[in-house]
Design a protein around this ligand. Sequence first.
Ligand SMILES: [Zn+2]
Length: 480
Amino acid sequence: MKLRPAQTALMLAVVAMLSHLVSGASLKKKEEAVASIERHKVEIIALSDQVWGFAETALLEVRSAQVLADYAEKQGFAVERGVAGLPTAFVASFGQGRPVIGVLGEYDALPGLSQKAQAPKEALQAGAPGHGCGHNLLGTGALGAALAIKDLMAAGKLKGTIRFYGTPAEEAVGGKVYMARAGLFKDLDVCLNWHPSDETEAAVDGSQAIVEFIVEFSGKTAHAAADPWNGRSAVAALELFTTGLNRMREFVKPSVRMHYSILNGGDVPNVVPAYAKLWCWLRDSKGAGVQKLLAQAHKIAEGAALMAEVEAKITIQGGSWETLVNLTGEKVLYENLRWLGPVAFTPEEQEFAKEIQRATGVEPKGLDGAVRPWAAPKPDPEGGSTDVGDVSWLVPMLGLTVTTAPRDAPWHAWPTVACAGMSIGHKGLVYAAKALAATMVDLYEDPKTVQAIQAEFKEKTKDVAYKPFVPAGPPSLPKH
Ligand SMILES: [Zn+2]
C-alpha cells in the first residue's frame, strides 16, 4: 500500500513518539517484567501442560478454568468466577485506578484431535479432544504477562489496574461475545491478546466476521415406497438449500467463506424424512458483508422450503465481528517484539518440526521464530474468525501471534497439538508473555501512548454501534 503524505506524516509522528519507549526507566521495568516471567516460568509451563492434558472443549473447560483461576488467586489477584452466565469464564484483577489494562486468555480444546507430544501422529486417547489451536499456551501465556505486571504493581513500580480475562469457548459460541454483552470490558483503557501461530508478528491483518446458524426443515413422513405422494421430504429441502448456497459461491467476493455440516439428513431410505438439520457458518472480511450473506441464506431457505413444500426455520447461534486493528497500538507491540528479538529454537526442536513437516507433506523448513517485518494491513483479511473481534469494537485491541508450531504445517490438526505439549509451544508461550508484559509496561508508563491508541479507536468506531450476533440469554451448555 502506498501511503499518502498525511499518512506518512502521521506514521513518522507515531514512530517518533514511540522511539523513546525502549529507553530509561521504562526499559528497566520491562527487564524486570521479563525477569518476573523467567521466575514464574516453571509454574506457568506446568499450568499449560495441565490444561493441555485436560483438553476440555468449549464450555466444558471446568478444570482448565479452575487451575488458572486458582493460580491467579494464589498470586494475589481478586478472582470472580462464572461471569456473564458462563460457568468457565472468570476475571482476575489486581491494582486500582487507571489505566485499566486487560489481557485475554483462552483454554478450550477441539474435539477428536488427541495427540501425543511427538511426531509422528499418534493419539494420546483415540477420539478424545486435543489442543489443536494451542489455547493451553494462549491462556497461560496471557496469565504470565498479567502476573509480571502484577509483580511490578505490588513492588510499587507501576500504577493502575491489570485484569486477566478467562474467556471460554472461543472455538464454539465465543465466550467473549457474552462477556462483551455483559459489559465486562467496558471500563478497559486498552486490551491485549496473542495467538499461537507458525510465525511471530504484530497482528495487523485482523480477522473475518462470522455468523453461524442452524437451518431446520420440517416436512411430512410417509412410507417411501407404499405412499411417497403423502410425504414431503425435509431432506429434499435441505438438498435444495445446499444447492442454492453452493450456486451462490460464484457471485460472492473472494473474501467470503461458506461452510456447513449436515447434522440430520434422514434416518433410513424407506422413510420419507420429516426432519432435516444443517449447521452453517458464513464469513466475510466485514460484518456488513456477513449480514448480506445471512439475508441471502434466509431467501435460499425459504425458496427451498417452497419447492419441497415443507417449513424452514433459521436459528442464529452466534457469530463474531471482524477484528478492528489499532495500528498505533500494533506499532507499540511491534517495537517490543523487535526489542525481544526472535524466538530461539534448538536444533532438536527444529528437527522435531521438520519431522512434522515431512509427515504432513509440507516443505521441511522447520520453525520460523523471526519477528516478521512491519507490513501494511490487508484490506480484506481471509482465513478465520475470533471472538476477540467483538471486544475490539468496544475497547482498543492490540494483538500478536507467536511461533509455536512448524511453518505451514496443518493447523487445528495433530501437529499443533503435539507442539503445544512440548518445548516448542512452551517457548512460544513464554515469549508471548514477555511481549505482552513489555508492551503493557509502555502503556502504564506513558499516558500519551494510551491516548494516541484511544484516539485511533474513537476515530474508527465513531459511526459504529456494536451489536452482538448472539441471541438473548446464555448459551446452552453441551453435555459431557
Ligand atoms: Zn485459536
